[in-house]
Design a protein around this ligand. Structure first.
Ligand SMILES: Cc1cc2nc3c(=O)[nH]c(=O)nc-3n(C[C@H](O)[C@H](O)[C@H](O)COP(=O)(O)O)c2cc1C
Length: 338
């Protein structure tokens, strides 16, 4: 079993060298640019855009949405763009567009999303877990479309039946044979959506079975849990999702814990600073009105472990203006007025 000090290390994914093996997972309506930048500063070596269909990324439906999905910044590299493909042709067009624009350093194909809208109605995401051959054709198409490295996001089955587990592993093996440079395994079956404990033993099994690096995902909510997962499974890296939302410093804390056995906790003021930065970034990207709407929906995640957290959360949800947001930062997070 590896020593803690060796659990966080540089890693290479095909042509892409990452400074460490801790990545920010894609999260729908969460991993927009302002949040990615916060995680990046704390040491995430790779971040991902949220899942989007080729239609959305190509701007066929809404050009502004495509611009926002692909909004980036020199400080936000290397960047993985996640695609929810269905047909090879549109996928090839999307990957070629990303390579031409130079926006992405990596393309991640999502065969994991279990939502009814994605896997049911539009037969994307986790719907492919039972159709490995069709998924592998998509991986081949993406790999052939550009020099960008391609990775794949999976769950270990549509259900937990042995047949479904085997189909998902077949998909992972086929993807690696088709040229995918890494696999991220969310260690739940699709039918479990986001509930139930993640089963890290499947990450160990896939790590042994596959010839490419496996990134583990599922229940990485604390620095301790992340190192436990890396130690128990022997997998190549960690894909952090809910554990980073409202707590982007988790990346720094994981590294500190691995290197020294402890980590520096954050102060309420640091939480407030991250909250304000997130808000200002949302306003820069989406404008005052939409930025405010977003922070009202998601800003409450910063109000943890502070005195009168419930009150702060209510204030954030009811904020009507920039002044209200600054007032929360000053009064509840204890930030000094500028
Ligand atoms: C709000 C939310 C949105 C998500 N959106 C995506 C997504 O766009 N693409 C994806 O591959 N996974 C998505 N996921 C799954 C996460 O990347 C991750 O695999 C999952 O949350 C398990 O990790 P956790 O238990 O540590 O949160 C999402 C998860 C959450 C909670």
């Amino acid at each position: 079993m590896p020593e803690s000090g060796n659990l966080v290390h540089p890693i290479t994914l095909g042509p892409l060298a990452l400074s460490n093996n801790l990545v920010l997972a894609p999260m729908h309506k969460r991993t927009h640019l302002p949040f990615r930048l916060l995680c990046r500063r704390e040491g995430a070596a790779l971040t991902h855009t949220e899942m989007a269909t080729p239609h959305e990324l190509l701007g066929h439906e809404n050009a502004r949405k495509a611009r926002n999905l692909l909004a980036s910044d020199p400080a936000d590299r290397p960047l993985g763009v996640q695609i929810l493909p269905r047909e090879p042709d549109l996928l090839v067009e999307t990957v070629a567009m990303l390579a031409r624009r130079g926006t992405a350093d990596l393309v991640d194909l999502n065969f994991a999303c279990p939502s009814r809208r994605v896997a049911g109605r539009s037969r994307r995401g986790a719907a492919f877990l039972r159709h490995p051959d069709a998924a592998v054709r998509l991986v081949e198409a993406a790999v052939g479309a550009s020099p960008l490295p391609v990775t794949v996001k999976l769950r270990h089955g549509y259900t937990n039946s042995p047949q479904d587990n085997q189909l998902a592993l077949d998909l992972a093996r086929g993807a690696a044979d088709a040229g995918a440079v890494a696999i991220t395994l969310h260690a739940r079956c699709a039918a479990q959506t986001y509930h139930h404990r993640a089963d890290w033993t499947t990450i160990s099994r896939w790590t042994e079975a596959l010839a490419v690096p496996v990134f583990g995902s599922g229940d990485l909510k604390t620095p301790e849990a992340t190192l436990d997962m890396l130690r128990e499974t022997g997998c190549a890296g960690a894909s952090i999702a809910r554990g980073a939302f409202g707590t982007p410093w988790i990346f720094r804390q994981i590294r500190e814990l691995a290197e020294t056995g402890s980590y520096r906790p954050v102060t309420p003021e640091e939480r407030g600073r991250a909250f304000l930065e997130h808000y200002e970034g949302l306003v820069r990207q989406y404008g005052e009105r939409v930025g405010l709407r977003y922070i009202r929906q998601i800003g409450r995640v910063y109000a943890r472990d502070i005195p009168r957290a419930a009150e702060a959360r209510a204030r954030i949800q009811n904020a009507r203006s920039r002044a209200d947001i600054r007032c929360v930062a000053e009064r509840w997070f204890g930030m000094l007025a500028e």
